[in-house]
Design a protein around this ligand. Structure first.
Ligand code: MG
Length: 203
């Protein structure tokens, strides 16, 4: 399986990082070795002093497809989950300054904790899903899928023009405002609506 992710998909987060609003989605990848499941702890990497959390809604691909039309995109994912796109912000800043790829800043081991997935029929409206992240019991990020610049179906259509999607692939759909650093000993808890899906420690 592969992990695809979209950057800069919520205006408030683009503004907090002082990035430009992109005309087309910004896409990057994480390797399968980035995945943490079942609320395994995240081990802080030695190469960074500024690892940030970014909570994001996830799509689980259920069918192989390329060049998918937006109006058929819904047939290619069957479940929504919650994930954290851990980012070594100090390393990313150096790479961005040189115009180099973000791969190491975004794709290191454990940089993609993912929750269990909830079937689509549990969501009355995919364009109105609340999600949030708490750091040590305090709400730090709150988002709603209605605020995405590129909604789920548009992301599927765009990515599949370039990269074939396969069953089991996961798409990170971007983070709302409020990203910030973690430190050893912290606990992150993530919610979709009122359901707690993530609950793990930084070690
Ligand atoms: Mg992100």
């Amino acid at each position: 399986m592969k992990i695809l992710a979209i950057g800069r998909n919520y205006v408030a987060h683009i503004e907090e990082l002082k990035n430009e609003v992109p005309e087309e989605p910004v896409i990057f990848m994480k390797p399968d070795t980035a995945v943490l499941r079942n609320n395994e702890p995240f081990y802080y990497p030695e190469f960074s002093q500024d690892v940030h959390f970014e909570v994001e809604l996830l799509l689980r691909i259920s069918r192989e497809g390329k060049n998918i039309d937006t109006k058929f995109a819904r047939k290619y994912y069957d479940a929504i989950g919650l994930g954290v796109d851990f980012t070594a912000r100090d390393l990313q800043a150096k790479l961005k300054a040189k115009g180099l790829p973000w791969t190491l800043a975004k794709g290191f081991n454990g940089s993609a904790p993912v929750s269990e997935f909830l079937p689509l029929d549990q969501f009355p409206d995919l364009q109105n899903i609340d999600f949030s992240l708490q750091l040590n019991g305090e709400v730090r990020q709150k988002g709603n899928s209605s605020l995405m610049l590129h909604p789920f179906d548009a992301i599927i259509a765009y990515i599949s023009r370039f990269i074939t999607l396969k069953t089991g692939d996961i798409i990170f759909t971007g983070t709302p405002a409020g990203v910030g650093p973690v430190k050893i000993g912290d606990r992150l808890e993530g919610f979709i609506e009122d359901k707690k899906l993530l609950n793990f420690e930084i070690k």
